[in-house]
Design a protein around this ligand. Structure first.
Ligand SMILES: Nc1ncnc2c1ncn2[C@@H]1O[C@H](COP(=O)(O)OP(=O)(O)OP(=O)(O)O)[C@@H](O)[C@H]1O
Ligand SMILES: [Mg+2]
Length: 263
């Protein structure tokens, strides 16, 4: 029987401490190609964008001495909010103009980052792994200032095999020398080994948990698989949470959005 390294109580504590409830509603595409679900860009003053800032602060405070710079986003199963979380977190980190942020679509099975920013899927991550010369030519530039993206790239038959060839660590080290934050969107950890492999080379793994859907056994299993692979599951993020906002919130938002002289 598999060892349960994380009790539900410790996961609940993590959720209370690190997981801001985040609910995304819009699915439109702007003129600059950016998907409306990237709320951190399209609705910067919103309650949701604020929650991503909370996530950023929590991540930075995880290890003040040696700040996390490479972060894998995964989930237990498919469709639990990995891509939306990866994009919003990357945009939020890119708000710090003194740091350089890179978002990598390392989900070579169901790549989605390129369409969130209106970019082409190729060339990208799978291509970089077979050609180290000039990472620059694989970097895509979305409409968002100070953010760089490496899309998924050409489709490959066996992504786990490609990730196991030992090139990932070399590539990540190279990227780390150029970027302060690197976010990697990955496939679900209970279905593929990709997130565990990538997580073992990164500083932290964040597990997206879909409210009302992800089962606690799946969360435990995901944590265990990551730990066994020497990945570092550091935090959870709760997606699909429906929050009832009271009048105070609307007043507060109005106040923040008003011109300085009229407050
Ligand atoms: N925080 C959120 N709150 C509510 N809905 C969300 C949230 N994040 C994502 N969603 C919605 O959930 C669905 C899945 O999101 P997303 O594509 O990010 O998941 P995923 O885990 O990357 O899926 P896949 O496993 O297919 O790659 C989408 O319809 C998206 O709009
Ligand atoms: Mg996805």
């Amino acid at each position: 029987m598999k060892k349960i390294a994380f009790s539900m109580e410790s996961i609940r504590k993590q959720l209370r401490r690190y997981a801001p409830p985040i609910y995304v509603v819009k699915q439109t595409v702007g003129e600059d190609g950016v998907d409306g679900r990237i709320v951190s860009y399209v609705d910067k003053m919103s309650h949701i964008a604020e929650q991503y800032k909370v996530l950023r602060t929590n991540l930075i405070s995880l290890s003040p001495v040696k700040p996390v710079s490479t972060i894998v986003i995964t989930s237990s199963h498919a469709w639990e909010g990995k891509t939306v979380t990866s994009c919003n977190l990357a945009v939020t980190l890119s708000l710090d103009k003194e740091k350089k942020t890179l978002l990598v679509d390392a989900d070579l099975r169901k790549p989605g980052v390129h369409s969130m920013f209106g970019l082409s899927r190729e060339p990208g991550f799978s291509d970089v792994l077979s050609d180290f010369i000039g990472v620059e030519k694989f970097l895509a530039k979305p409409a968002i200032e100070n953010l760089y993206v490496i899309p998924a790239g050409s489709l490959v038959d066996d992504p786990s095999e490609l990730l196991s060839l030992g090139k990932v660590e070399t590539l990540l080290n190279r990227l780390k020398s150029e970027f302060d934050y690197i976010i990697l969107d990955t496939p679900p950890v209970l279905e593929f080994t990709d997130a565990s492999i990538l997580g073992s080379f990164c500083d932290a793994v964040i597990l997206a948990i879909k409210a009302g859907s992800t089962q606690k056994e799946a969360i435990e299993e995901a944590f265990n698989l990551l730990e066994e692979a020497k990945a570092k599951p550091k935090a959870c993020i709760l997606t699909n949470v429906q929050v009832a906002l009271d009048a105070h919130y609307y007043f507060y938002k109005y106040k923040s959005a008003a011109p300085a002289g009229k407050r």
